[in-house]
Each structure stands twice: as structure tokens, then as C-alpha cells.
Design a protein around this ligand. Structure first.
Ligand code: PLP
Length: 424
């Protein structure tokens, strides 16, 4: 999909979710005889025809391996891959100081970063013994465990920026944790388990002032068009295409070029080398240096189409639409006795509503919602330490995307109310 096609899809109008939904073939189905209300977008968004078409076009007309062929298809595939890099960089506000490395997703990107900081085949590693890594207590396991492992391997220590009892992060708590040894602050732009968005700009500024390398997990924000690495002033950000209307198994690490140059490559092999002898190898420049092996080129082409799609949604009022859906959901769920919504405050939350009932287990609520055609996620959302900190075992989580309607929010509210009534 090019920009002209994207604009044709949405026209000049304010975002109409029914019009958007028509672009998503998977949403046309019923579940248990009920129209599908897909509210599990924080786990994975669905993919529009424009993205599916871009991938199919690549596989049918341009498929070849990249960077090492002189033939026409290889050159076309290489051009498509590098054009995709430029497109995704544009979506996330990367400028001349940044480079973007394609990965298989957020998890892969954060592992590439954390492990690459520890190992340094040439020069000084970015993480050394005695350094301190601060990770927020809001994180998905993907932005915690790589840092636990990196700390262990480097002889560094891990410090947790704990949220308060409501799950909020405070800048003064970060100030208290920072020291001369702080090397990294890793924090999410939006907590996937609760929807809470920490005061990122302030936190990043305070950490950068103290000399820390700042890392954002943007998995939940990239699909809302909310990631702008230059404006935020972060050093690195990681995200996945499948949470921004793109394919699974693709994603990226974007970061400051001078810092990326100091990461050790972890995937040695084809495409990432300069010269190789039987005894040793020298490595290529960025970005190839960190992209060893054949990438998912068709997926990356789809990721670029998704990036254009998100940019277009964003220009047509995506944020306002998501905020209105969330406000509607919070308002309706609040009326249900015995239900507690985590982080209900609209000013501090993204398109996620996470809630617990006094009497009914989230899995029971999720199962009855499924029977009513409503897809939500239940469980600890890969954030076990945060759940434990909040004194919760699991939540039910509804999360919104451009194609969700207010009618579906009503379907959610009615489904939750009847599930709770059923089990009481
Ligand atoms: N970080 C956050 C905040 C997430 O919500 C997720 C996925 O749910 C991840 C990281 C991991 O993303 P992926 O599984 O695409 O690597």
C-alpha cells in the first residue's frame, strides 16, 4: 500500500471504525453465532487487506534473497527491504542520528540490545561490572528478563523502579534510584497489563541527565502512532509489527547510531560480514552488522505497509477514537458492582482496560465473553512481578484498535455484567 492508497481507504473523513473494519477480512466472521468483537488488540492486532496485499505482491512478483544478487528480482527485493526500513523509521520519528535494525519482534529486539551491551568483541562493552540497570516495575517479561540476564553476565546489578500501590511510577522514585553507576533505564511507554502510561518524557530526561542509556518498550504504543524517538529523546526503542496491524514475527530495534555501533553482533553468519577467512571475520557496517541471516523480507514489506496504515489512521483521529472507546468502557464497567478497574484515569492510560472482579475469576469472565462473541485476554499478561506487586493474580483485559466500535464496547459491558451475575 502506498500513501495514496492509504488515503483512499480512509478518505478525508474522521475515522469511521465500521469503514476501517471492512478492510480486515478476519473481522467478518461470527464466533459462537455472535458477531465477533475482537478486543484483544494489546496481544495482537488484526491485519488489513492493504498489508496482506503488499505481502502477497512481494511473494508473487519480487521474492528473492536480498543484498547479494545482481539479478532483477534480488535488486527489487533489496529495494523493497531498504524502502521498508525508511518507512518504518519515518513512523517512529527516527532522524539522521538513528538507525533501525529489523528483528523478529520486541522480545528479539530487547534481547539483541541487552546481550549486545554485555558482549564486545571489539572495544569496550556498554555494560560492565559494577554498573546499575534500572528497570521499571511495570514491565512485560520481555523488558525484564533480558536485563536480569545481562546484569548477571556483566556483573552489573538490577534495580527496580517500583510503582505505587495503584501501579503508577513517580519521578522522585527514579531520582532516588539513580547513582553514578546507573547505566540503563528500561521502561515501557504503556504497561500492557494495566494500560497505564508512565510520565515518560520526564523520566527519560531525568535518567539522561544522570548519564543513563534510555530504552523504551514501545510494543503497546507503536500501533497508536505514539512513538517518536527523536521527540522523546530516548536512546533505544523496541516494537513488534503484529501490534501495529502488521504481520507476526517482525519488529525492530531503533536507536542512536553511535550506540548501536557499540553493540556486539549476536547472530554471526551471512550478510553481516565484511571479510571472512578460515580463522576470523570482520563485520559489516550497520544495519547489516546486526541483521545476520536471511530476514523475513515479505514480513518486513508487510510491516512497512502497516506503518503507512498506522500513520494514515493517526492522521484521521486514531488517538481520539481509542480514548473515546476506553472512556465508554470505563464508564460502563464502573457501574458493575464488585468490579475494579486498574488505572481508570483517562489522562494516564492508553487503549487498554484491565479489571478484576471481587468474586469471579478472569478466566471465567473471559470464557463467557467468548461465548458472547467478545475476545479479551485473561491472565497475568506476562507481567507476573507487577501483578504480585499489585496483589492480583490475574486480570481481564479488553484492548481497542481502530476497527472497534462503541457497539462492541456495549457488547463487552453487557457480557461482563452477565458473566458476573451468572457466577454469583
Ligand atoms: N512488551 C510489551 C509491552 C508487550 O505488550 C509485549 C507483547 O505483548 C511484548 C513486549 C512482547 O512482544 P513480542 O511477543 O511481539 O516480542
Amino acid at each position: 500500500m502506498n500513501d495514496a492508497v492509504a488515503t483512499a481507504i480512509l478518505g478525508d473523513a474522521v475515522l469511521d471504525p465500521r469503514e476501517v473494519a471492512r478492510q480486515f477480512p478476519v473481522l467478518e466472521q461470527s464466533v459462537h453465532g455472535k458477531p465477533l468483537a475482537y478486543l484483544d488488540n494489546a496481544a495482537t492486532t488484526q491485519t488489513p487487506a492493504a498489508v496482506l496485499d503488499a505481502m502477497r505482491r512481494f511473494e508473487q512478483h519480487d521474492r528473492a534473497n536480498i543484498h547479494r544478487g545482481v539479478h532483477t528480482l534480488s535488486q527489487r527485493a533489496t529495494d523493497a527491504f531498504e524502502a521498508a526500513r525508511a518507512t518504518v523509521k519515518r513512523l517512529v520519528g527516527a532522524d539522521g542520528r538513528h538507525e533501525l535494525i529489523f528483528t523478529s519482534g520486541t522480545t528479539d529486539a530487547l534481547n539483541l540490545l541487552a546481550q549486545g551491551m554485555v558482549l564486545a568483541p571489539e572495544g569496550e562493552p556498554l555494560l560492565r561490572a559494577g554498573d546499575e540497570i534500572i528497570v521499571s516495575g511495570l514491565e512485560h517479561h520481555a523488558n525484564l528478563i533480558p536485563w536480569q540476564q545481562a546484569a548477571r553476565r556483566a556483573g552489573a546489578s538490577l534495580r527496580i523502579l517500583k510503582p505505587d500501590a495503584e501501579g503508577r511510577i513517580h519521578v522522585q522514585d527514579l531520582r532516588a534510584l539513580l547513582s553514578n553507576h546507573t547505566r540503563v533505564l528500561a521502561i515501557t511507554q504503556c504497561a500492557n497489563a494495566t494500560g497505564y502510561c508512565p510520565p515518560l518524557r520526564e523520566l527519560l530526561a531525568v535518567a539522561a541527565d544522570a548519564g543513563a542509556i534510555t530504552v523504551i518498550d514501545a510494543a503497546q504504543s507503536v500501533g497508536h502512532g505514539q512513538l517518536d524517538v527523536a521527540a522523546l529523546g530516548c536512546d533505544f526503542a523496541a516494537f513488534s509489527a503484529h501490534k501495529m496491524y502488521g504481520p507476526m514475527g517482525t519488529g525492530a530495534l531503533v536507536g542512536r547510531r553511535d550506540l548501536l555501533e557499540r553493540l556486539a553482533p549476536l547472530r554471526f553468519g551471512g550478510d553481516m560480514v565484511d571479510t571472512v577467512s578460515f580463522e576470523e571475520a570482520t563485520f559489516a557496517d550497520l544495519p547489516a552488522r546486526l541483521e545476520g541471516g536471511t530476514p523475513n523480507v515479505g514480513g518486513i514489506v508487510g510491516m512497512a505497509a502497516a506503518a503507512r496504515y498506522v500513520a494514515d489512521l493517526n492522521a484521521h483521529g486514531l488517538s481520539a477514537h481509542l480514548a473515546a472507546l476506553r472512556a465508554h468502557g470505563v464508564e460502563g464497567l464502573r457501574q458493575i458492582p464488585g468490579l475494579r478497574i486498574l488505572n481508570p484515569d483517562a489522562a494516564e492510560a492508553e487503549a487498554i482496560i484491565s479489571f478484576v472482579s471481587d468474586n469471579v475469576h478472569p478466566h471465567d469472565i473471559g470464557t463467557l465473553l467468548d461465548e458472547a462473541g467478545v475476545a479479551v485476554r485473561t491472565g497475568h499478561h506476562c507481567a507476573q512481578p507487577l501483578m504480585r506487586h499489585l496483589g492480583i493474580v490475574a486480570t481481564t483485559r479488553a484492548s481497542f484498535a481502530a476497527y472497534n466500535t462503541h457497539q462492541q464496547v456495549d457488547q463487552l459491558i453487557a457480557g461482563v455484567a452477565s458473566a458476573i451475575k451468572f457466577f454469583q
